[in-house]
Write a protein that binds this ligand. Structure first.
Ligand SMILES: [Zn+2]
Length: 462
């Protein structure tokens, strides 16, 4: 069963075939690091992590690039408003560089907690100004740019197929609800380079052939992907909100500059995380961070398990109650696995291979994680498979799920309990079993259970 992926460009599920042999070049629009990434953002990165695992599972070599936006992303998609990083720096009275460093670190920590495989390259926009200026120069030479008071703009009317990804209709755009075009020639034209206002209050600005300023937000993705993946590549991923503006403009400038069509072969978009039926947002709620969920007693992998219950392209309803359900199910799953782990039964290779094949068919159908997850449960409940076979399959499937199903859960034991455990160990050493038993009861009354094994005392929460 070949891998099939839904391509936004064709609005169809297509058989995936890379441009070159088994090499897959993958680009993901990364975060703007001016604040914490909430679970809605993180759902997207989890989806692309599963995609990457599925590609690897199908024996493709993947080179993954994910940008970090640290300049140029304005508070409005229409090239107006403040630069998000500059705004945060002002508000927190810090250097822009410190804002970026801090939120990038939190983001990377969340990746680790969620078991997301890191991209091969994390390029930052502010470190690729030269590449972005070069790209504007090419577009200028080819006649796609014009200058107005606040910057250099891309003239979208020069492209016949502008808006093909979003299936934008030119007529609709003329009366569209976007903001006034101001000095722009067309409403859909977008900034390639913005001039700093004079006198400048910006922390991040650079010299350019057109004047001091900073790059437009869309430009970084085109300039940096071409640097690390080439002028044409296989898969571009991002949130569905990027289809009409950000990705549409990335295509416009890249195809104009590089002259390759299509610039990207497969476009994949993740659906939103919903809270009370609407996209998680400041006004609607649901904007939790991973640390906030941890404070509520969840593990980041509970959230990972929760996300697997919906295919990446479908909206997913979040609530703490749903997450609690995911936590309990994941716990049950791990308990079952620890029970079948040491089975010595003889495996029937045929049974195992048949189940693996079935799993591959499911996951290769546009990354159908909910169906793959229920298949995992079918395997565990099956009376045709023995425990040794089940265990081998679970470990195999977890290459995609990334749930650490084989790993023992780490529990953080309070110091008070640790002290009681140490006391009990001493008592046992001195063969004072009455005290040891009393201490075991005391520990139990505080919610922890001790199991004496040949490898020492194992503690778990009751
Ligand atoms: Zn992008």
């Amino acid at each position: 069963m070949p891998l099939r992926l839904y391509n936004t460009l064709s609005r169809k599920k297509e058989v995936f075939k890379p441009l070159k042999n088994k090499q897959v070049k993958l680009y993901t629009c990364g975060p703007t690091v001016y604040w914490y990434q909430h679970i809605g953002n993180l759902r997207m990165y989890l989806s692309w992590d599963i995609l990457k695992r599925v590609l690897k599972y199908n024996n493709f070599n993947v080179k993954h690039v994910m940008n970090i936006t640290d300049v140029g992303h304005l508070t409005s998609d229409a090239d107006t408003g403040e630069d998000k990083i500059e705004k945060a720096a002002k508000k927190e009275e810090k250097r822009a560089e410190d804002i970026v460093k801090y939120y990038l670190k939190v983001f990377k920590d969340d990746f680790k907690k969620l078991n997301i495989i890191e991209p091969d390259v994390w390029p930052r926009a502010s470190k690729h100004i030269k590449e972005q200026i070069n790209m504007i120069k090419i577009l200028e030479k080819k006649g796609f740019t014009y200058k107005i008071k606040d910057g250099i703009y891309f003239d979208t009317s020069k492209l016949k197929d502008y808006g093909k990804l979003a299936k934008l209709k030119k007529e609709g755009l003329k009366e569209g609800k976007r903001i006034d075009k101001g000095e722009k020639r067309n409403k859909t034209d977008f900034a390639l380079w913005k001039f700093s206002k004079q006198p400048s209050k910006r922390q991040q600005e650079w010299k350019s052939p057109w004047g001091i300023g900073y790059p437009g937000w869309h430009l970084e993705c085109s300039a940096m992907s071409s640097k690390y993946l080439g002028k044409q590549f296989d898969i571009h991923t991002g949130g569905q909100e990027h289809i009409p503006v950000h990705h549409t403009n990335e295509i416009a400038q890249s195809e104009s500059a590089f002259g390759k069509k299509p610039w990207v072969k497969y476009w994949m978009h993740g659906a939103w995380l919903l809270f009370k039926g609407e996209k998680v947002s400041k006004s609607k709620g649901g904007l939790y961070t991973i640390s906030e969920l941890e404070k509520k007693g969840f593990d980041a992998l509970d959230y990972r398990y929760f996300c697997l219950n919906k295919q990446y392209g479908k909206p997913l309803n979040f609530s703490l109650k749903n997450l609690e359900f995911a936590r309990n199910t994941r716990k049950r799953l791990k308990e079952i696995i620890s029970k079948i782990k040491n089975s010595r039964e003889k495996k029937n290779k045929k049974n195992v291979e048949a189940a693996k094949k079935q799993f591959l068919e499911i996951i290769n159908d546009d990354i159908n994680t909910p169906k793959a997850l229920s298949f995992l449960w079918d395997v565990l409940r099956s009376d045709k498979l023995n425990n040794a076979e089940k265990y081998e399959l679970v470990i195999e499937f977890d290459k995609i799920f990334g749930l650490d199903l084989d790993k023992e859960e780490k529990i953080s034991i309070p110091i008070e309990i640790k002290k009681l455990i140490a006391k009990r160990q001493t008592a046992r050493k001195n063969k004072d079993f009455t005290t040891a038993d009393k201490l075991r009861e005391k520990i139990k009354s505080k919610g922890y259970y001790i199991n004496d094994t040949e490898h020492g005392a194992k503690v778990r929460k009751l």
